[in-house]
Each structure stands twice: as structure tokens, then as C-alpha cells.
Design a binder for this molecule. Sequence first.
Ligand SMILES: CC(C)C[C@H](CC(=O)NO)C(=O)N[C@H]1Cc2cn(c3ccccc23)CCCCCCNC1=O
Ligand SMILES: [Ca+2]
Ligand SMILES: [Zn+2]
Ligand SMILES: [Zn+2]
Length: 169
Amino acid sequence: YKTFPGNPRWKKTHLTYKIVNYTPDLPQKKVDDAIRRAFMVWSDVTPLQFQRVFNRHADIVIGFARREHGDGYPFDGRGNTLAHAFAPGEGLGGDAHFDDDERWSESNREVNLFLVAAHEFGHSLGLAHSNDREALMYPIYSYVNPATFRLSEDDRRGIQKLYGRKSSN
Ligand SMILES: CC(C)C[C@H](CC(=O)NO)C(=O)N[C@H]1Cc2cn(c3ccccc23)CCCCCCNC1=O
Ligand SMILES: [Ca+2]
Ligand SMILES: [Zn+2]
Ligand SMILES: [Zn+2]
């Protein structure tokens, strides 16, 4: 696993997120659920807790966008880059953007939103890319059944290096 230069991490374990817009590809409830489950991947193995908020400041702002969308990292149409996210910090820090030229799915059809969101939130929490091909933080998308998805040892070691393990109670 790798962290970002300077090891940026959140200095609190209770983090907020908000979803500012939706893709037309899925019902909003399915997007909400995929996002919730993607955060659980990380809260399952750390003391981190995620709370969804509406219409107020959030640590992690989540949205769908096409091409140029104001952060200097324009998307590229269908395929190629699927999404991006920023390392922990103020403002754009922690935010995750999903390319709305992709066809977002909750199945094995391209592109599974839960799997991509889980990867992006790794960045939002301070993990950079891993060169372990089994790792969620590997830079190339590959479909695995979300029902049986498990964080790799590499990902778990990385996130626990940053935030420690889940407290036993
Ligand atoms: C890990 C993922 C969830 C997020 C990453 C981006 C990322 O790291 N965000 O944090 C991603 O989109 N990776 C590309 C990498 C990539 C693969 N190819 C590319 C062709 C052109 C440009 C990029 C790519 C070959 C063709 C397949 C294109 C469709 C799938 N795309 C990818 O796997
Ligand atoms: Ca794209
Ligand atoms: Zn962006
Ligand atoms: Zn990435």
C-alpha cells in the first residue's frame, strides 16, 4: 500500500459526507446504498465512522460530473478514467467525483458503483495507489462480486496504519 506524500489523514474519526448530485443510470436509493456500503468497507476495519449530512458542510463531498467540472481534472468521456478523489484536507480534500459518461451499475455490468466508490474513498481517507494487483487501491478497475468482496490485506494494513484498528467493543 502507499499513502500520499506527507501522510495526510483526517485528525478525527467521525467524518461527514454529502451527495450533491446523482447519475441518471441508477435510482437515487441505489446510489445512496452503494455509497453507504462503500464507506462500510473502511469503517469495518478502523475506528472511522461516517455520517451522511444534507445541505451543510461535509468533510467528503460526493458528485457525478462530465469532462471539465471545475477542479482542473476534467473527465474523459466513457471509459478510460472512471472517477477520482482527493487526499484528506479542507475544501476539495476528501471529495470524490464520478465520471457521468460511464454507465453506473449495481451489478456486474460496467461499471459497478460500489466497487469504484470503495476505491475512491480509500483516497479520500489517505491511501494512494497500491501495486498489489489484489488490492482495492490498485489503479485498474476489475469486477469482483460485491456480495463476496473483501478488502485485501494490503488495503487493510494501509488504512490501519493511518487510523488504527477497529476498537474491540
Ligand atoms: C481503479 C478505478 C476504479 C479508478 C481508476 C482511476 C483512479 O485511480 N481513481 O482514483 C481508473 O479509472 N482506472 C482506469 C485505468 C485504465 C484502464 N484502461 C485505461 C485506458 C485509458 C485511461 C485509463 C485506463 C484500459 C481500458 C479500461 C478502461 C476502463 C477502466 N478504467 C480503469 O481501470
Ligand atoms: Ca471516463
Ligand atoms: Zn473532479
Ligand atoms: Zn485511484
